[in-house]
Design a protein around this ligand. Structure first.
Ligand code: HPA
Length: 283
């Protein structure tokens, strides 16, 4: 398990991608559980399996395809990570975030991150979308910060600020795009945990009490690296299940329900992301 990569490692991976997709792309898109099919919208010029890119982690779980789709969406050149690796799969935080670094070297300055998340806010329903206004990163707070280790100043500062982790202008554009498409879009705080076990009811009550609106097992590491890299970030969660706060309830959380909800989430997410891209670079 590689704990640290060098600038040259990132450059090697970026070089492989540049050979197959020479167009400069400023937008990166990470597709999470249940919404991988959104990559089909992209007019693809190159589709590169992660296995063909040096050091790229290969997702091992269902619902994560593991390909870099390079092309245009709404006429915007885009590099789309169709599937991600999670820390719980057994890779290091450096591996989880390796693709974000490579996007940085390829010139990406705007990162759109999606995920499936459990709803903590009682107003949320399965299939709803939430634009992330801030996060509580348990992985970062407990020492699993992807920036741990030597800092290369060419990539970013030793102590990056996280006040503006989620770009206010991108949030505004997402709200506008959602309104135009008739898609309800909540705003809220994402809590990032390591997984893979789902939370106990007591843990979920705790996460709600500290201000969380949705909970998931990804995103925080990638956003941390993206901010270190100076990218502006838009994060959108699809609510795939509702937190069970009472241990006497008979229901349980499962990955199947997370994937199933993707069917409801994907078309809404598609409308919002396409609307944001149209607004980012109006033609
Ligand atoms: N908890 C943690 N991660 C998740 C959940 C959840 O309920 N749903 C989707 N990812």
């Amino acid at each position: 398990m590689t704990e640290h990569f060098t600038y040259e490692d990132y450059q090697r991976a970026a070089g492989v991608i540049r050979e197959r997709f020479p167009l400069p792309a400023r937008v990166g898109l990470i597709l999470g559980s249940g919404v991988n099919p959104l990559a089909d919208d992209i007019a693809a010029q190159a589709v590169i399996p992660y296995a063909e890119i040096p050091y790229f982690p290969r997702p091992s779980i269902e619902g994560h395809v593991g390909r870099l789709v390079c092309g245009t969406l709404e006429n915007v050149p885009i590099l789309c990570l169709q599937g991600r690796a999670h820390y719980y799969e057994g890779v290091s935080m450096a591996q989880v975030t390796f693709p974000v670094r490579v996007l940085q070297l390829l010139g990406v300055d705007t990162l759109i991150v999606t995920n499936a998340a459990g709803g903590l806010n009682p107003d949320f329903k399965v299939g709803d979308l939430m634009v992330i206004t801030d996060h509580i990163g348990f992985t970062n707070l407990t020492g699993l910060n992807p920036l741990r280790g030597p800092n290369d100043e060419r990539l970013g500062p030793r102590f990056p600020d996280m006040t503006h982790a989620y770009d206010r202008e991108l949030i505004r554009l997402a709200m506008e795009a959602a309104r135009e498409a008739g898609v309800p879009l909540h705003k809220g705080i994402y809590v990032g945990l390591s997984g893979p076990s789902f939370e106990t009811p007591a843990e979920l009550r705790f996460l709600r009490a500290i201000g969380g609106d949705a909970v998931g097992m990804s995103t925080v590491p990638e956003v941390t690296v993206a901010r270190h890299a100076g990218m502006r970030v838009l994060g959108i969660s699809g609510i795939s299940n509702i937190a069970i706060f009472d241990p006497d309830e008979r229901r349980e959380a499962s990955h199947e329900e997370v994937l199933e909800a993707g069917g409801q989430i994907a078309p809404r997410l598609r409308a919002v992301i396409r609307g944001v891209l149209r607004r980012l670079y109006p033609s």
